[in-house]
Design a protein around this ligand. Structure first.
Ligand SMILES: NC(=O)c1ccc[n+]([C@@H]2O[C@H](COP(=O)([O-])OP(=O)(O)OC[C@H]3O[C@@H](n4cnc5c(N)ncnc54)[C@H](OP(=O)(O)O)[C@@H]3O)[C@@H](O)[C@H]2O)c1
Length: 278
């Protein structure tokens, strides 16, 4: 495995973990928001190893801020695109020729459930993830005859440092990083164009059937059991940085009283459908 992110120390820790589990890994620290750095890193990887079989575009940054609160923050839109879209595209363009030459390869994009449900206040983030997902949908058929698979993983909310600053997620069904890793593994094994949760597919369906949100529900998709569904209150006071401080009290989702159980979210792939496109 080739491990890439900015922090060498964290990469070294992960490398040791992989090694002690019997695997092999190398670290290539790189800021994936810097195009020249990506070029240099990819050149070093290809020089040393000759090829990339599977590219996982996982590095990402999220911003939860309404457009109205972003009027003087054009850089929010630039930063999310820079890492989540342009960084991933740059790397993709560098490894794709080798995959085509070998007639084998796999590109896996860690997209978001937000791309399926368009939650308010995540415009900058969801737009950047949507751009990558859209490019990949177009690319998939182009490279299929070259033995290259392209997968978008519509990741649900995962308990990682990314969601720590966002208080409302304490009331949102989440999966663990280990379960998220299983979704990535599922993509590697099935090479399906899409790996999704039932919650995400439900969000997509709701968006098709009723695309106009009745109101800003605090950044959550309008799904059964979540605030905003059937008019429950889901809004709280805006805290520092535009985040929800403490959320909306009674209106928030609790695992026990929701129409949607955390177990439903985890039910991927659908029983009996492994290997089928979802
Ligand atoms: N957590 C969720 O609920 C959730 C939901 C849907 C989708 N996702 C997506 O899942 C992916 C992983 O998210 P996460 O939750 O693990 O986020 P995270 O906890 O914030 O971790 C982000 C990872 O990306 C790396 N990274 C950030 N900026 C980078 C840069 N400029 N160059 C290179 N590496 C960089 C970080 O390492 P360094 O800081 O060391 O560089 C870190 O390993 C992201 O694409 C995210 O959008 C997450």
């Amino acid at each position: 495995m080739i491990l890439v992110s900015r922090s060498r120390d964290k990469l070294e820790d992960l490398r040791s973990e992989i090694k002690s589990a019997g695997g092999r890994a190398e670290v290539f620290p790189c800021d994936l928001a810097k195009m020249e750095a990506i070029d240099a890193m990819a050149a070093a990887v290809l020089k040393k190893h000759g090829r990339v079989d599977i590219l996982v575009n996982n590095a990402g940054r999220s911003i939860r801020r309404s457009v109205h609160e972003s009027l003087d923050r054009f850089h929010d839109f630039q930063r999310t695109m820079q890492l989540n879209y342009f960084g991933a595209v740059r790397l993709l363009l560098l490894v794709l020729p080798g995959m085509k030459e070998r007639q084998h390869g796999h590109v896996i994009n860690i997209s978001s459930i937000g791309v399926q449900a368009y939650p308010p206040r995540f415009g900058a983030y969801v737009a950047s993830k949507s751009a990558l997902a859209a490019l990949s949908r177009c690319l998939g058929p182009e490279v299929a005859d070259d033995g290259i698979a392209v997968t978008n993983i519509h990741m649900p909310v995962v308990r990682t440092p990314m969601i720590a600053p966002t208080g409302i997620y304490k009331s949102f069904p989440t999966i663990s990083p280990e379960e998220a890793a299983e979704m990535v593994l599922s993509a590697v094994l099935t090479r399906n164009p899409e790996v999704s949760t039932r919650l995400g597919k439900l969000g997509e369906t709701v968006d098709v059937v009723a695309p106009t949100p009745p109101r800003d529900d605090g950044g959550l998709p309008r799904l059964p059991g979540l605030p905003g569904w059937r008019g429950e209150e889901g809004e709280g006071e805006a805290g520092p940085g535009g985040d929800l401080a403490g959320g909306g009290g009674d209106g928030l989702l609790n695992e026990g009283d929701s129409l949607l159980r955390v177990g439903d979210l985890r039910a991927w792939p659908d029983p009996g459908s492994r290997g089928r496109r979802r």
